[in-house]
Design a protein around this ligand. Sequence first.
Ligand code: ATP
Ligand code: MG
Length: 427
Amino acid sequence: MSQTLQAIRGMNDILPDDAPLWERFEDTVRSWLRSYGYRNIRMPIVEPTPLFRRAIGEATDIVEKEMYSFVDELNGEHLTLRPEGTASCVRAVVQHNLLYAGPQRLWYAGPMFRHERPQKGRYRQFHQIGVEALGLPGPDIDAEHLLMCARLWDDLGLSGIRLHLNSLGSPEERQRHRAALVAYLESHRETLDEDSRRRLATNPLRVLDSKNPAMQAMIEGAPRLLDQLGEASLAHFEAVQAVLKDAGIPYRVDPRLVRGLDYYNLTVSEWVTDRLGAQGTVCGGGRYDGLVELIGGKPAPACGFAMGVERLIALMREGGAADSGEPLDVYLVHQGATADRFAFTVAERLRGHGLSVLQHAGGGSFKSQMKRADASRASVAVIVGDDEAAAGEASIKALREERPQARVALAALPQAVSELLYGGRSD
Ligand code: ATP
Ligand code: MG
């Protein structure tokens, strides 16, 4: 016997019973993005490996140990399943010179791949909605993104998602902070885990991002980048906070928030909930003014964020959201050689009038077909036997209420079904 084939660990099927909630999420997200004037961009799922190494940074969890990288055996190219969308999005913007036409407000959606230890809220294939604004330097965009998120949580019916903010300043300010940080970390060498010891040399700021519980107290006492910020960085940060205050969006400045990717500067943010256990960050982002140039474009400022779809949908479920999907209008029952052919004409006629029709397939008696109709999500059964087919007619039976069965000509059928579905409206 052959072994049952299974999906790859950490990569999930989204089954038809779950799909309606995903679709509701996606519909909400699409109209939310439209309402802020963002346009969709779709990038390939596979990119050249050097794109991510360069954009995300060598000394990051993603590049060090989470990427699905492989060599294309046909031509020897080094490829990677995208672990995030910003690098690809910026690559596409640069490659197609989109900034020539002016600033770009863009969004994308789709699967991302990271070789992490699978657990609740952490998967190897997961989905993100990403939003990027390119070519705009001001704190107004940072603020716009935070207001957008707050509105989306509201649109999705989610509450209790808290905003954490920090500023990573300019590269020069980071450099200044780095010296003090390294000295501090060296004096606590015995507390550092293996990853952090390595990063002490390559990317000490990243040590502050560690989730290792044994290091938390030591990290708490580390010198703060926030204290090294110059006037311009502080002004930028304060302008963002002023908009949040005007909008009444509560937030907390968290000087330890550094984010897991290298490309950020100035504002960084995370939205966090307590209701999902350890995987409580549903959205993260910030400004990444150096990335466009790093990827080979003319320098241009940029700012964006990405949210984890699985985590947000889990939160919707946790709040009681359920969705069994759109109901079906008609289950079409048919039996007999003439009726089986006429059924196609009937179904297409109904669909042509905007009704949804599930046409029975696989034969069987009227009785067994009616059982299927009852068990379906349809409100009405349309029934065609050879008799009806010969006369160019069909019978209608309400499935969810007591009503006499009626028989009507094909031309009158859509109207008759609509009346049954939407009440005695005569129009
Ligand atoms: P975490 O700290 O949870 O690993 P991250 O900082 O690596 O998150 P980002 O790269 O900022 O995450 O991605 C943005 C969002 O994507 C996260 O806030 C989270 O909601 C979601 N996300 C990231 N990694 C995963 C994953 N492996 N499975 C499910 N969702 C994820
Ligand atoms: Mg991560």
